[in-house]
Design a protein around this ligand. Sequence first.
Ligand SMILES: [Zn+2]
Length: 167
Amino acid sequence: MDIFSHFLSGYVLIELLNVRGERREALILGAVFPDFDFALELTYLSLKKGLLEALREILTCDFQQVYHGTATHSLIMAPLFALAPMFIVGRRIEGKNYFYSLIGIYLHLFFDGLSRGNMLFWPVICSFINVDLIPTLSPFYPLFFTLIAIPLLIYRKIIRGEGEGII
Ligand SMILES: [Zn+2]
Protein backbone atom coordinates (compact mmCIF):
# COMPACT_ATOMS: atom_id res chain seq x y z
CA MET A 1 0.00 0.00 0.00
CA ASP A 2 1.24 3.52 -0.73
CA ILE A 3 2.50 5.82 2.02
CA PHE A 4 -0.42 8.26 1.67
CA SER A 5 -2.91 5.47 2.29
CA HIS A 6 -0.91 4.23 5.27
CA PHE A 7 -1.09 7.75 6.72
CA LEU A 8 -4.84 7.92 6.11
CA SER A 9 -5.41 4.46 7.59
CA GLY A 10 -3.70 5.68 10.78
CA TYR A 11 -5.80 8.83 10.79
CA VAL A 12 -9.03 6.87 10.34
CA LEU A 13 -8.10 4.57 13.21
CA ILE A 14 -7.28 7.40 15.65
CA GLU A 15 -10.60 9.05 14.85
CA LEU A 16 -12.58 5.82 15.18
CA LEU A 17 -10.86 5.00 18.49
CA ASN A 18 -11.05 8.66 19.64
CA VAL A 19 -7.33 8.67 20.42
CA ARG A 20 -6.09 11.93 21.97
CA GLY A 21 -2.82 13.75 22.68
CA GLU A 22 0.60 12.47 21.65
CA ARG A 23 -0.85 9.03 21.10
CA ARG A 24 -2.45 10.33 17.87
CA GLU A 25 0.96 11.22 16.46
CA ALA A 26 2.50 7.99 17.76
CA LEU A 27 -0.10 5.85 15.98
CA ILE A 28 0.09 7.76 12.68
CA LEU A 29 3.90 7.78 12.73
CA GLY A 30 3.82 4.05 13.49
CA ALA A 31 1.46 3.54 10.54
CA VAL A 32 3.97 5.06 8.10
CA PHE A 33 7.25 4.13 9.82
CA PRO A 34 7.86 0.67 8.28
CA ASP A 35 8.26 2.21 4.81
CA PHE A 36 11.27 4.08 6.16
CA ASP A 37 13.27 1.22 4.65
CA PHE A 38 12.66 2.85 1.25
CA ALA A 39 14.48 6.00 2.39
CA LEU A 40 17.39 3.99 3.77
CA GLU A 41 17.75 1.96 0.59
CA LEU A 42 17.44 5.04 -1.63
CA THR A 43 20.19 6.77 0.35
CA TYR A 44 22.43 3.70 0.20
CA LEU A 45 21.91 3.15 -3.53
CA SER A 46 22.33 6.87 -4.28
CA LEU A 47 25.70 6.91 -2.57
CA LYS A 48 26.70 3.74 -4.39
CA LYS A 49 25.29 4.34 -7.90
CA GLY A 50 24.00 7.92 -8.09
CA LEU A 51 20.50 9.24 -7.55
CA LEU A 52 19.02 8.56 -11.01
CA GLU A 53 20.25 4.97 -11.12
CA ALA A 54 19.06 4.49 -7.54
CA LEU A 55 15.58 5.77 -8.42
CA ARG A 56 15.47 3.56 -11.53
CA GLU A 57 16.42 0.53 -9.47
CA ILE A 58 14.18 1.29 -6.53
CA LEU A 59 11.11 1.49 -8.77
CA THR A 60 11.62 -1.98 -10.25
CA CYS A 61 9.75 -4.98 -8.95
CA ASP A 62 13.00 -6.84 -8.33
CA PHE A 63 14.18 -4.22 -5.89
CA GLN A 64 10.91 -4.25 -3.99
CA GLN A 65 10.96 -8.01 -3.69
CA VAL A 66 14.52 -8.11 -2.41
CA TYR A 67 14.78 -5.19 0.02
CA HIS A 68 11.48 -3.50 0.78
CA GLY A 69 9.19 -5.20 3.27
CA THR A 70 11.76 -7.12 5.24
CA ALA A 71 13.11 -6.01 8.66
CA THR A 72 10.82 -3.02 9.16
CA HIS A 73 7.80 -5.12 8.12
CA SER A 74 8.39 -8.03 10.49
CA LEU A 75 6.01 -8.95 13.31
CA ILE A 76 9.05 -10.05 15.27
CA MET A 77 10.89 -6.73 14.83
CA ALA A 78 7.80 -4.51 15.27
CA PRO A 79 8.20 -4.13 19.07
CA LEU A 80 11.74 -2.86 18.49
CA PHE A 81 10.82 -0.46 15.69
CA ALA A 82 7.86 0.87 17.71
CA LEU A 83 10.39 2.56 19.97
CA ALA A 84 11.30 5.03 17.20
CA PRO A 85 7.89 6.74 16.78
CA MET A 86 7.53 6.78 20.57
CA PHE A 87 10.83 8.65 20.98
CA ILE A 88 10.19 10.95 18.01
CA VAL A 89 6.79 11.99 19.37
CA GLY A 90 7.49 12.28 23.09
CA ARG A 91 11.31 12.30 23.33
CA ARG A 92 10.97 9.93 26.28
CA ILE A 93 9.92 6.38 27.21
CA GLU A 94 6.16 6.46 27.54
CA GLY A 95 4.08 3.29 27.66
CA LYS A 96 0.92 4.59 26.01
CA ASN A 97 2.82 6.24 23.15
CA TYR A 98 4.72 2.99 22.67
CA PHE A 99 1.50 0.96 22.59
CA TYR A 100 -0.11 3.23 19.99
CA SER A 101 3.09 3.30 17.94
CA LEU A 102 3.03 -0.52 17.92
CA ILE A 103 -0.65 -0.52 16.89
CA GLY A 104 0.27 1.81 14.01
CA ILE A 105 3.03 -0.53 12.85
CA TYR A 106 0.74 -3.56 13.00
CA LEU A 107 -1.87 -1.62 11.03
CA HIS A 108 0.78 -0.98 8.38
CA LEU A 109 1.73 -4.67 8.26
CA PHE A 110 -1.91 -5.70 7.97
CA PHE A 111 -2.63 -3.51 4.94
CA ASP A 112 0.66 -4.37 3.23
CA GLY A 113 -0.27 -8.01 3.80
CA LEU A 114 -3.42 -7.50 1.74
CA SER A 115 -1.32 -6.54 -1.26
CA ARG A 116 2.34 -7.30 -1.97
CA GLY A 117 3.05 -8.80 1.44
CA ASN A 118 5.85 -8.65 3.95
CA MET A 119 8.47 -10.91 5.44
CA LEU A 120 6.34 -11.12 8.57
CA PHE A 121 8.66 -13.48 10.40
CA TRP A 122 12.00 -11.99 9.28
CA PRO A 123 14.75 -12.95 10.22
CA VAL A 124 13.47 -16.42 11.19
CA ILE A 125 11.55 -17.08 7.94
CA CYS A 126 12.64 -15.04 4.92
CA SER A 127 9.66 -15.37 2.61
CA PHE A 128 6.91 -12.91 1.76
CA ILE A 129 3.49 -13.65 3.21
CA ASN A 130 0.43 -12.06 1.63
CA VAL A 131 -3.10 -12.69 0.49
CA ASP A 132 -2.55 -10.73 -2.77
CA LEU A 133 -6.04 -9.28 -2.58
CA ILE A 134 -5.41 -5.77 -3.93
CA PRO A 135 -2.44 -4.56 -6.04
CA THR A 136 0.09 -2.51 -4.04
CA LEU A 137 -0.38 0.75 -5.93
CA SER A 138 -4.09 0.36 -6.62
CA PRO A 139 -6.17 3.56 -6.47
CA PHE A 140 -8.53 1.61 -4.24
CA TYR A 141 -6.60 2.30 -1.04
CA PRO A 142 -6.24 6.11 -1.25
CA LEU A 143 -9.80 6.45 -2.51
CA PHE A 144 -11.21 4.19 0.20
CA PHE A 145 -9.39 5.88 3.08
CA THR A 146 -10.02 9.40 1.75
CA LEU A 147 -13.74 8.70 1.57
CA ILE A 148 -13.69 7.60 5.22
CA ALA A 149 -11.23 10.24 6.49
CA ILE A 150 -13.05 13.30 5.13
CA PRO A 151 -16.32 12.75 7.03
CA LEU A 152 -14.33 11.93 10.19
CA LEU A 153 -12.30 15.13 9.78
CA ILE A 154 -15.43 17.20 9.21
CA TYR A 155 -17.09 15.64 12.23
CA ARG A 156 -14.10 16.38 14.49
CA LYS A 157 -13.37 19.91 13.24
CA ILE A 158 -16.85 21.29 12.63
CA ILE A 159 -19.35 19.29 14.65
CA ARG A 160 -17.18 18.67 17.75
CA GLY A 161 -15.14 21.87 17.25
CA GLU A 162 -11.77 20.29 18.03
CA GLY A 163 -8.77 21.89 16.41
CA GLU A 164 -5.64 20.59 18.06
CA GLY A 165 -3.56 17.55 17.16
CA ILE A 166 -2.85 15.75 13.93
CA ILE A 167 -4.78 17.24 10.97
ZN1 LIG B 1 5.09 -1.03 3.89
